[in-house]
Write a protein that binds this ligand. Structure first.
Ligand SMILES: [Zn+2]
Length: 324
């Protein structure tokens, strides 16, 4: 791996949304070449947004014109409804992760394989996944945006691979997410006057219950910065199908026991309003990012995740054949 930007954020700036409190933050670990790599070509295809329960209502009429709602049959069952939305000249897909209702299905029971397979089948190459985790550190505030760069997967009962009972699928997970998507999303948020913490570790728990105080202490000790239930196995499945994937998180609460002092009713009301404001702002942010992402050239290793298996002749180019 060529030398990269090491411990600095890709923008080289310190994130502004987080207080200068003494708690340490996991610095970005990404070490990737963001310039064109030999053998990689710039690419573009429809982008998919996977949204959490708090933002699904935006898909109805706030993100663009809904031209179609698809339910794709896949080898893993039917996908959740996928919205085909036109924003100006840009078509994109929006997937309400938890179904066509705020929480028709909770995180452990989402059919992640059907969603990712369906998006690949629709020609998508880039996925931006929204998630509303809880903060494990008080340095994060309710409503803050964060672009994590690593995962701690503590899920237990989820189908986490397309390649069950097959002899391939041993894939590196560094960088954890598409470094180019991170760069473009970070720049897009900045242009909108929104700072996002770049880097950090998102711990994924099984749910649907929330974490115990002891579990939260363990996650903090392990270096995690936020905790949620949705990015795994979603991110791993995207890699198996050679898709670019990056999460955008907005902090929704504090995990159990993180807040040392109970918030006053006024403080809670302020936080609720701040979160609501941020969620509503996504109606502006998502279309802006769609334009930004569509215009960006992509030079990243994601489309070649399975290259070594292709070179060995284990699999061909058609991903549908990999899974049969
Ligand atoms: Zn990528």
């Amino acid at each position: 791996m060529p030398p990269g930007n090491g411990s600095r954020s890709p923008s080289g700036r310190k994130p502004a949304l987080v207080d200068s409190a003494p708690e340490a933050w996991s610095e970005p670990q990404t070490e990737v070449q963001l310039l064109p790599l030999e053998g990689y070509e710039a690419s573009f295809s429809p982008i998919a947004i996977i949204g959490g329960g708090r933002i699904y209502h935006l898909a109805k009429d706030r993100l663009g014109i809904v031209e179609d709602i698809l339910v794709k049959e896949t080898p893993f069952g039917a996908s959740t409804p996928i919205y085909f939305i036109r924003h100006g000249e840009r078509p994109f897909y929006f997937v309400p992760r938890h179904g066509d209702g705020r929480y028709s299905v909770t995180a452990p029971y989402v059919n992640y394989r059907a969603i990712i397979w369906a998006l690949k089948d629709l020609g998508v190459r880039h996925i931006v996944a929204w998630s509303g985790p809880g903060a494990l550190k008080q340095t994060l505030k309710i409503g803050d945006f964060a672009l994590p760069d690593d995962l701690l997967d503590l899920t237990r009962h989820r189908a986490a691979s397309f390649f069950e009972n097959k002899g391939f699928g041993i894939l590196r997970q560094h960088p954890m997410f598409c470094p180019q998507l991170m760069k473009v999303i970070g720049a897009g948020l900045q242009e909108l006057g929104l700072e996002a913490r770049q880097g950090g570790t998102y711990a994924v728990t099984e749910g649907p219950r929330l974490e115990t105080r002891a579990e939260v202490r363990m996650l903090r000790a392990a270096g995690a910065d936020m905790v949620g239930m949705t990015l795994a196995p979603e991110a791993f499945l995207a890699r198996e199908l050679e898709l670019c994937y990056h999460p955008v998180c907005y902090v929704t609460n504090y995990a159990e026991g993180v807040r040392r002092k109970a918030a006053s009713p006024e403080e809670r009301e302020r936080e609720r309003a701040q979160l609501e404001k941020r969620v509503e702002a996504l109606a502006e942010i998502i279309p802006y990012l769609i334009d930004k992402l569509a215009d960006a050239p992509y030079f990243c290793p994601c489309p070649d995740s399975m290259l070594r298996y292709k070179k060995r002749g284990v699999i061909g180019d058609d991903f549908r054949e990999w899974i049969r």
